[in-house]
Design a protein around this ligand. Structure first.
Ligand SMILES: Cc1ncc(COP(=O)(O)O)c(C=O)c1O
Length: 439
């Protein structure tokens, strides 16, 4: 039972108030329990246990000013240890993490960031929301940024390179870091789809200046919604932390005057709640078990596949760092890809094509009309109005033909980390039949 804050009087005895019911109590917990879909018997047992407990104190769901140890803070510490960085900041999504990263680096109007033509739209949209201009660049057989195309796309306005580790596997971080190093540019890793993956023995998200992670429901780690910003850099952490909490807070003394220019500015609110923090913490602890399951199932299915003529597997720059959440291969042409994919889907295989020009998909640049058509949210016309029109990137639906060719010939099999050996055997056998139907 919680009592409200009392003002102490010098002359009067203390007020005798309450006790009151907790702000968040058994009713809210039972709503949460409903999400887990227990059997009616278990739910009834839990309900009576909870309601009869005289000690119910109720949670404190705000991460700050929390009289109890914060789950969000524990998740930040556990994730920083997992990724191998000095700081992890929990936020409410990877989109928010990306905005924090762009803003922490001081990216804004008139700046360009290099993003791949194949990524979830958020990578580019977060740049536009930060008033920056995305420069959209070809991918290669890794399904991630082509380092040579990155180098060609750099201009005097470029302020960051954003490799996205698509579908669980690492981008070519050695070559990308090499280009970035020679040009003096920071790398922001978008690790939304590859949490826990690695390159060259280092976890993804720790190789660039900042790593951005998603914990939305469909990612390796899931807390419904959620994300993390990872960095070794104290200053970037301070600025990201400020942006994520209206920039009125923390750094580390929240009421202190600015210690150096760039410390005070107006931010937004991307805080993670204790509900998400608790789920995220449990998920982080399961990382090794999940990755071991994905990798075992991926290997077993891949080893059993009889490649069709002209078929190649996606190139993975560091196989040991692949989270293995997806198995991707390219067929010889778009027509056989469609045929094989439909045959696999008919047989219940969790297979999908990546690009079909008739199916809208927010992962492919041709559908990003917000960017291609230079949409803006306010009459100021930002971000496009910050640069002379003839210096803006020349966007078109034809500008990345290699990306479209590769994606049009790709089939992706979703892997589940709990597949048994028998599940893998059945899936592989049907993939082989689907491949035969396509050739
Ligand atoms: C590559 C990539 N970046 C960013 C995001 C955005 O993540 P969130 O949903 O957590 O904002 C996603 C989510 O699908 C993604 O796949």
């Amino acid at each position: 039972m919680a009592a409200p804050t009392e003002m102490k009087s010098k002359t009067e005895p203390a007020l005798s108030l309450g006790p009151y019911p907790t702000k968040i109590g058994a009713e809210e917990l039972l709503e949460l329990i409903d999400l887990w879909e227990f059997t009616p018997e278990t739910r009834a047992r839990l309900q009576s246990l909870i309601e009869e407990d005289p000690g119910l104190r109720g949670p404190h769901l705000f991460r700050y000013y929390n009289p109890r140890p914060s789950k969000v803070e524990a998740a930040e510490r556990a994730f920083a240890e997992l990724i191998g960085v000095n700081h992890c900041l929990a936020v409410n999504s990877c989109t928010s993490a990306l905005v924090c990263a762009y803003r922490a680096l001081g990216i804004g109007a008139g700046d360009e960031v290099i993003v791949p033509a194949y990524t979830f739209f958020a990578t580019a949209a977060a740049a536009v929301a930060s008033n920056a201009i995305p420069v959209i660049v070809e991918i290669d057989e890794t399904l991630c940024l082509d380092p040579a195309a990155v180098e060609k796309a750099i201009t005097r306005r470029t302020k960051a390179i954003v490799p996205v580790h698509m579908r669980g596997a690492p981008a070519q971080m050695d070559a990308i870091l090499d280009v970035a190093g020679r040009k003096g540019l920071p790398v922001i890793e978008d690790v939304a789809q590859a949490g826990g993956g690695a390159f060259g023995g280092r976890r993804l998200g720790s190789l660039g200046k900042i790593g951005c992670f998603s914990f939305d429901y469909y990612k390796v780690h899931a807390s419904g919604e959620g994300g993390f910003v990872a960095t070794d850099d104290d200053w970037l952490y301070t600025r990201a932390q400020s942006w994520h909490d209206t920039a009125a807070c923390w750094r580390p003394n929240r009421f202190a005057r600015e210690r150096q220019p760039g410390e005070l500015f107006c931010g937004e609110n991307y805080r993670m709640s204790e509900l998400q923090g608790a789920v995220a913490l449990a998920q982080i602890r399961k990382t090794d078990a999940m990755l071991a399951g994905y990798r075992r199932a991926h290997r077993q299915i891949k080893d059993r596949i009889d490649p069709a003529p002209g078929m190649t597997f996606r190139r993975v720059p560091d196989e040991s760092g692949d989270t293995s959440i997806a198995l991707v291969f390219f067929l010889k042409d778009a027509e056989s890809t469609r045929k094989a994919m439909f045959a696999m889907q008919e047989m219940g295989v969790p297979a999908g094509g990546i690009y079909d020009h008739k199916v809208r998909d927010w992962h492919i640049f041709t559908y990003w009309e917000h960017i291609l058509d230079r949409k803006h949210v306010a009459p100021d016309g930002l971000p496009w109005s910050a640069v002379p029109a003839d210096e803006l990137p020349r966007y078109s639906r034809e500008m990345c033909p290699r990306t479209l060719d590769l994606l049009g010939r790709a089939i992706m099999i979703d892997i589940h980390w709990q597949y048994t050996a028998d599940d893998c055997e059945q899936i592989a056998e049907r993939i082989n039949r689907g491949l035969r139907a396509g050739s």
